[in-house]
Design a protein around this ligand. Sequence first.
Ligand code: ZN
Length: 266
Amino acid sequence: MVPRPELAARLIAACVAGLCLLGAPVLFAQDHLLKAARDNLVVAYPTALASHDESALHWRDGTVMPLSDGIENKSFDALLRQASIADQLRLPYPRGPLQQTPAVDSDPGRFRNTAFFTRMYGDCRHGEVTPHLVSLTWLAKTWGHAIRITSVNGVDQQLRAVSEELDALPDAIKHAAYPIAGTYNCRAVADTGQPSPHSYGIAIDLNTAVSDYWFWRPHNGPIAYRNRMPQEIVAIFEKHGFIWGGKWYHFDTMHFEYRPELLTPQ
Ligand SMILES: [Zn+2]
């Protein structure tokens, strides 16, 4: 029996949240989703990736990376700090208008395999990212400041297209898209110690005045979801391969990052 994708997603989310009680069905559902996710990963980065098999990812330059690190039942913190490539793909990203607030610890896209992203975009601590950064004008008709983003994988071209479409939105909507809070920044994620997607030059933070971040809210107990980022802006970013941090339980609604592998048709 092939499990329904939405059921599989719920089972996996429950497992990640530490509620994984049904080992065999969850593993089966995970395998079903991971096969499609691995295919999507190769399709999403055609200039860098050649293929995958059951156990490894094959890069066009001959690099071979294991999909799994063999560690089962990682905690949420371990997934954030030591994600394998398989872990990186385990939570489906819900494209389109948010239908419901994210389940506890459901942060699709936040599990990032550091070796994968460093191989793809470089290690900023060793000066490997800045040679690939290019400048573009953000919201040329409205704001008109230069920002820097990587040219690897054509991220700059996608963000330029995002900017042009945002610039055509009504003022009442596009005011959430400027002034931006930043793009490239060689730093670690505050709560994980792992390189931030900003350190690869693939992320942009929009207007903090109309943004919400879980870390700025009370978070000793359950985190209350909050968002003021217009869906029109989210839809334009998703169309061009950027996921939105507003779809995370640990929400970061100013944040968008280039992750086309999570946005290809499921
Ligand atoms: Zn950010």
